[in-house]
Design a protein around this ligand. Sequence first.
Ligand SMILES: *Cc1c(COP(=O)(O)O)cnc(C)c1O
Length: 481
Amino acid sequence: MPEKLSFELSREGRIGYSLPESNLQEPDIEKLVPGRFIRKTRARLPELSEIETIRHFIALSVMNHHVDKAFYPLGSCTMKYNPKINEDISRLPGFANVHPKCEDNLAQGALKLMHELSNYLSEISGMAATTLQPAAGAHGELTGLMMIRAYHENQGNTRKTILIPDSAHGTNPASVTISGYEAIEIKSNADGLVDLDDLKAHLNEDTAALMLTNPNTLGFFEIQSKAISELIHKTGALLYMDGANLNALLGIVRPGDLGFDVLHFNLHKTFSTPHGGGGPGSGPVGVSSKLIDFLPNPEITLHDGLFKLSNTHPKSVGKVATFYGNFAVFVKAYSYIRMLGSEGLSQVSQNAIINANYLLSQLKESFDFPYSTPAMHEFVLSGTRQREKGVKTMDIAKRLLDFGFHAPTTYFPLIVREAIMVEPTETEAKQTLDSFIEALKRIAREVDEEPDIVRSAPTATPVSRLDDVKAAKLSDYRFSF
Ligand SMILES: *Cc1c(COP(=O)(O)O)cnc(C)c1O
């Protein structure tokens, strides 16, 4: 039964809490607020008791899926569980109440935290310097591309194209287009890695950079990174790394050591900010020494024991965020890194890789796995076999909801037919992975024995299968009250 709207639950006169009658004289509201701002009619707000309000919102919260409720193996998105302690720390009054316009000398703690976080990220990634300003991964991509453009223009050449493998996330070509470059697609080879011949065929004096995701969206580590780095740099182009999948590399390999010139982090994927509801996120960008001059201003510097926001970069691309980015996300990332330390961070990636490989080893009999390349923190199965029996990957994803799991990412990356992209993340226990394996194996059997069950799923969720097109169109539907 779907939960009613709070307006439908409302009963006139019901309130959340009551205060003793005031024995002070009521001030004249007209004297406090200009008449034109005073309502003529009462606001139509729901009237509910405290317990009704709590139950209403709890009921809503469990109708939808979230990582606090159950497993969320949404490939590429890293929907891992984030320790609640980091939320608590970001809400300490000193962090939560500091005003972004506060004078530097009154915000030393906040500035120090950002300064240190930026240094930690540089150390973790092997980059020379890191800006914290961008508000998301895609914003980091745009910032990185702006720096790449500034670098080339500073050398007096206007290169025009950015090369992107066909397995890339959609934000990559979008950022390239917004930054005024042309995106050129590079094919993947049979191992799911960059096809070096195709790369060579497209690489020329017009190439500004290659944007590589590593591990890529198939979950494979790009073992040719060093060779690619040599090829790219020989032509004077730069190498960008989409670091959204960094939870597979922490403490194992540093992109800076592989020759990358720009790298964006997704703090809301790798470093303990929950996401999925549209933000806030944070997409810091690390650069190699070639690009330091072009970093966004201001940067946090330390002079005579005082942290300051300073415009240190002479050829800066400018400021890319309101104030200095999303501070609460920085606090969570900082406390996560400090709490785990370097050993803990390595363990994060080791667990992410082991969890994905355990799932893959148990599932590759029941579904097709079109590669022989070893997986990192995620992998992409193909539902081709099931499709030939009349059941789509979409049906399999919907059926998983009946077993209480969030569906994996489907139909992405585009280069795998009927793609099912699974990222278990590092935080899940073997028992959870086992029950997910059991559910998927059962669905594979159902496809053979009773495919209609799969095709008509889900049936155990608050609403059954939605009309995708209508649902997307209704997303800007608004209540009128
Ligand atoms: C999530 C993701 C992005 C985009 O990051 P946002 O923070 O959502 O803008 C880019 N590339 C890859 C590989 C991703 O997984």
